[in-house]
Design a protein around this ligand. Structure first.
Ligand code: CA
Length: 223
């Protein structure tokens, strides 16, 4: 899952960024409202954790503008204790959930996973293509009876491709989603990681599930 954090307090943004990365999320950070709005409208995210009181554009104005543009990205509003009016207004403006600061990282992770399940419509934490099964809750991957050990990055890459079997993802989309927007687009890390992933997923005697679409990108086989 790729998440945008909009938060101006460094202590909180450090804690959230580190905590979410440890749980396998891809994280972009904006430290003021203007950068937050820019990233929210120029990149695609699975969720945004949005502080309300921000320098520059405030969180409620960002939320209102996103919804006015028809952008339905799930938003968790982060409010300080006592900001009840802001919280209510946030929910009115289309926030999907809110968290009162300070919060535990496990609480945020649980809320993000719940939102993700709701928006992807999957009741189970599982994605499956043929006998390849990826479990989002336990972060385990199996092909038939075979356990597949993946790094966090490989897991996120596979999870992204398995969202829509048959859909082609370009290198740029993959790079932005799995590594974050500030990676150099000229690197070949996507191809390198994909080759490693392919070796683990598709063994010699098995159907090839991870397909290269020459000159375009990669996709999971549609079954
Ligand atoms: Ca703030």
């Amino acid at each position: 899952m790729k998440v945008l954090i909009v938060e101006d307090e460094k202590k909180i943004s450090d804690f959230v960024t580190k905590g979410l990365k440890e749980h396998g999320f891809t994280v972009d950070l904006a430290e003021n409202g203007d950068d937050g709005y820019y990233l929210a409208t120029s990149q695609s995210y699975d969720a945004i954790v949005l502080d309300i009181m921000l320098p520059g554009r405030d969180g409620l104005s960002i939320l209102k503008a996103l919804r006015a543009k028809g952008n339905n990205v799930p938003v968790i509003a982060a409010t300080a204790r006592g900001e009840l009016d802001e919280r209510l207004e946030g929910l009115n403006l289309g926030a999907d959930d809110y968290l009162t600061k300070p919060f535990y990282i496990d609480e945020l992770v649980a809320r993000l996973q719940a939102l993700h399940r709701r928006t992807t419509g999957s009741q189970l934490n599982v994605r499956q293509v043929e006998h390849l099964v990826l479990n989002l809750a336990t972060r385990e991957v199996k092909r038939g009876e075979r356990d597949i050990e993946l790094t966090s990055r490989e897991f996120n890459l596979l999870e992204y491709l398995m969202r829509s079997p048959g859909r082609v993802y370009t290198r740029t989309q993959i790079l932005e989603h799995v590594w974050g927007y500030d990676f150099d687009p000229n690197t070949n890390i996507v191809d390198v990681c994909l080759q490693r992933l392919r070796k683990k997923i598709d063994q010699a005697d098995e159907d090839k599930l991870l397909e290269t679409v020459r000159g375009v990108g990669y996709r999971m086989k549609k079954v």
